[in-house]
Design a protein around this ligand. Structure first.
Ligand code: DQA
Length: 145
């Protein structure tokens, strides 16, 4: 059976490509997912993706990953900065968790400097734009080797 990696995308990421392109770039979420899937396939991994604007849907996706998925890559978008329920769900996940951001959140507004996800993540990839999606899959591939 193929080893599955779950990519989670938080609120407003469905608007990538038209939303603040000067910060997030012109590529769409579908472009990023396609890139991540290609890198995953090259590593013999299967990428599953869910985008939601609803906190509960993302929390339930993490629950559903337990015992089934080898690793989670999560761009929790604005939920990064306040979602204790997502943080607790990720803490209960047994595999590696890569926190991913298109922008360098540490170089932006002060409220973006806090991540409630970082303390339960294996590591963080931020500020590399769309390149980060492939980097995150590569990191997971190395960790699972
Ligand atoms: C983001 C950064 C967050 O602060 C923001 O709320 C997003 C996107 C990023 O990928 O750079 O929606 O996670």
């Amino acid at each position: 059976m193929a080893v599955t990696v779950l990519l989670l995308s938080g609120p407003n990421l469905n608007l990538l490509g038209i939303r603040e392109p000067e910060i997030y770039g012109a590529a769409t979420l579908a472009d990023h997912v396609a890139q991540a899937s290609d890198v995953a396939a090259g590593l013999g991994l299967e990428l599953e993706h869910l985008q939601s604007n609803h906190e509960g849907a993302l929390v339930e996706a993490v629950h559903g990953a337990r015992g089934r998925v080898a690793a989670i890559i999560v761009n929790a978008a604005a939920m990064t900065h306040y979602s204790w329920s997502l943080r607790d769900a990720l803490a209960a996940f047994e595999g590696p968790v890569v926190e991913l951001h298109l922008s360098n959140t540490a170089a932006r507004e002060p409220w973006r400097h806090t991540s409630v996800v970082t303390p339960v993540a294996t590591g963080v990839i931020a500020g590399f734009g769309g390149l980060g999606y492939g980097l995150a899959v590569e990191a997971v591939g190395r960790l699972l080797r």
